[in-house]
Design a protein around this ligand. Structure first.
Ligand code: C2E
Ligand code: CA
Ligand code: CA
Length: 585
């Protein structure tokens, strides 16, 4: 008994101590604590509860904690909370409650079920902390991530969200979305002259005016510097867009008072692209608007410019075509055909002209007119020119080994001719093939190209001749060379354009031109050759006029390199060519 009694006292003392400790924690905790019975009636609250909510214990005892409820959560939220509490004995989460003074605040709340020795729930204990400060800090961080601190406008990240949303919305409607890029005109001088502070004030004011000029549902954001993006949503038509842009330009182009005597006047340039006419990805839309903005600047600023979709498609299609042609070179799809040149009078083959072809895997054999204009004046055209030269030189080497030593001419584009390293590269190439080729290489330069820059052309021709090459002026007669020019162009050969040859038998004008060219050639000591000779009659007439050299379908079409030997073997001159020869000699 005694023993037991002693035990009893110790135990009781221990329990008393524990209770005191619990009471002390209850009283001094910084967390608010609410104890309810299983029916939800409040049994007790601690002082921190009163500090946080403003309710005294006597005001809430016996009441349901529901009196703290805000209207921030739907009924399902509370149902879910009770469900968890009953099944797991614990609920933890963030919840918005209302203080006695009506203020709504966020708290971090843990509710636990407290059970007796039999495991039956006796009470619920709710412990919570006010997380207003934490929430505010979080909000501030979010703000920083989404808004430009200077103007409070959406920043690039938020703009990109808004753009995605606006695109989705526009897709569902029949309306247009204008994506606009706005750059201020003359902002930098203001910044430099009046200082950054004034510049900042100006940007803030611009942001205000922009917001005012737009409708609800539109977005204006700042990308940084003096660059803004406008998203004009739900537009019925282009006119509506133009109307808004007019208003925006007007709004920002007034005078700005930057404090003191600092008054400035600025304006803006806007580039616009319209979705879904311009059905591009979000970042492409912005890029298009940026491009258009650049054009607005170029056109004189303080205006808007609409992005030209068709033009862009063309340039892109052109780029793709160029790329395909570049690939063709890598894939070995180019080849050269050779067209023989003959001396009609002697009935001899005097040379070959190399003409490029594209063996396209789907479209078949393509003539140069199908691809050379596409790559005209590109760096790649120089590369292709180099390829032709190398190909011809190595072909000449092969022919030489087979006992065929004919001069070969290649066509040089005007762009190639203007390239300052042209003759140097030509010289290098000749050196590396020198052992193989003793025959002469001939260059054909369009008369029209030579006339474009006669000084440069004559100096290049001079250099080529110094390398041992001869030079022909191609398509001669189409470029209106004057006698003075011809005197200055040191070319060796004039190649009569095939358009004159074609009609020479019927058109006295063309015949006269041919006679003129032949006369010029002889007066300036140059050779003359006719191209496009399709009939024996034409050949005969040319011989009669004094032009003995010719090439054309009537003699031989351009053919692959490996067909040349057998053609040469079977070549027989047309007897008709020399028919009129005796009349002159
Ligand atoms: P081009 O230098 O005036 O070449 C003669 C063109 O007339 C060739 O066309 C040839 O096939 C064609 N031809 C030859 N005989 C006759 C004929 O009797 N009747 C008719 N109607 N046509 C004839 P192709 O091969 O289509 O070349 C067209 C042009 O492309 C060439 O005109 C030349 O300016 C350019 N070209 C060809 N190959 C090259 C090259 O490797 N580099 C450069 N830069 N241009 C080239
Ligand atoms: Ca030619
Ligand atoms: Ca020609």
């Amino acid at each position: 008994q005694l023993y037991g009694g002693f035990e009893d006292i110790t135990e009781r003392k221990h329990a008393e101590e524990q209770q005191q400790l619990a009471a002390s924690v209850f009283d001094h905790a910084h967390e608010g604590i609410v104890i309810t019975d299983t029916g939800g009636a409040i049994v007790d609250v601690n002082p921190a509860f009163s500090d946080i909510t403003g309710y005294l214990p006597e005001e809430v005892k016996g009441k349901n904690p529901r009196l703290l409820k805000s209207d921030q959560h739907p009924p399902e939220f509370y149902a879910e909370m009770w469900h968890t509490l009953v099944s797991d004995g614990l609920w933890r989460g963030e919840i918005w409650n209302r203080k006695k003074n009506g203020e709504v605040y966020p708290e971090l709340l843990t509710i636990s079920a407290v059970s007796d020795a039999q495991g039956k729930t006796r009470n619920y204990v709710a412990v919570f902390t006010d997380i207003t400060d934490y929430k505010e800090h979080q909000q501030h961080l979010e703000n920083l991530a989404h808004f430009d601190p200077l103007t409070q406008l959406p920043n690039r990240a938020l703009l990109s969200d808004r753009l995605q949303m606006a695109l989705a919305q526009t897709r569902r409607s029949e309306k247009l979305l204008a994506v606009c890029y706005l750059d201020l005109d003359g902002f930098k001088p203001v910044n430099d002259r009046l200082g950054h502070e004034a510049g900042d004030r100006l940007l803030v004011e611009v942001a205000k005016r922009l917001k005012k000029a737009l409708r609800e549902g539109d977005t204006v954001g700042r990308l940084g510097g003096d660059e803004f993006v406008l998203l004009l949503a739900q537009l019925d038509n282009i006119e509506m867009c133009e109307h808004t842009l007019g208003r925006v330009l007007q709004a920002i182009s007034g005078e700005y008072d930057l404090g003191g005597t600092k008054k400035v006047q600025i304006s803006g340039s806007i580039g616009v692209t319209l979705f879904p006419f311009d059905d591009a990805a979000p970042d492409m839309l912005l890029r298009h608007a940026d491009q258009a903005m650049y054009q607005a600047k170029q056109a004189g600023r303080n205006r808007y410019h609409l992005f030209d979709i068709a033009y862009d498609r063309n340039t892109r299609a052109h780029l793709e075509a160029c790329l395909r042609i570049e690939q063709a070179l890598g894939a070995g799809e180019f080849c050269l055909h050779y067209q023989p040149k003959v001396d009609l009078l002697r009935g001899e083959v005097v040379g070959l002209e190399a003409l490029i072809r594209w063996q396209h895997p789907e479209r078949g054999m393509l003539p140069p007119a199908e691809f050379l204009p596409v790559i005209d004046k590109t760096r790649f055209s120089l590369q292709l020119g180099d390829w032709v030269l190398a190909e011809v030189l190595s072909q000449m080497k092969l022919w030489q080994q087979a006992g065929i030593e004919l001069p070969v001419s290649i066509n040089i584009s005007g762009f190639n001719l203007q390239d300052h390293s042209f003759t140097e590269r030509l010289g290098d190439m000749l050196t590396s093939y020198a052992a193989a080729t003793t025959q002469k290489l001939e260059l054909e330069i369009l008369e029209t190209t030579a006339l474009e820059d006669i000084k440069r052309a004559s100096s290049v021709i001079e250099q080529c001749k110094a390398l041992g090459l001869s030079v022909a002026l191609d398509d001669f007669g189409t470029g209106y060379s004057s006698l003075t020019y011809l005197k200055r162009l040191p070319a060796d050969i004039l190649k009569i354009d095939r358009s004159f040859v074609r009609d020479m038998l019927d058109d006295p004008g063309d015949l006269a031109i041919i006679q003129g060219v032949i006369g010029l050639a002889s007066a300036f000591g140059k050779q003359v050759i006719a191209e496009g000779v399709e009939s024996g009659e034409q050949g005969a007439k040319l011989v009669e006029l004094g032009c003995h050299l010719a090439q054309g379908y009537g003699i031989c079409r351009p053919i692959p390199a490996d067909s040349i030997p057998s053609w040469l073997g079977s070549f027989t001159p047309d007897p008709c060519w020399s028919r009129h020869a005796h009349t002159r000699h």
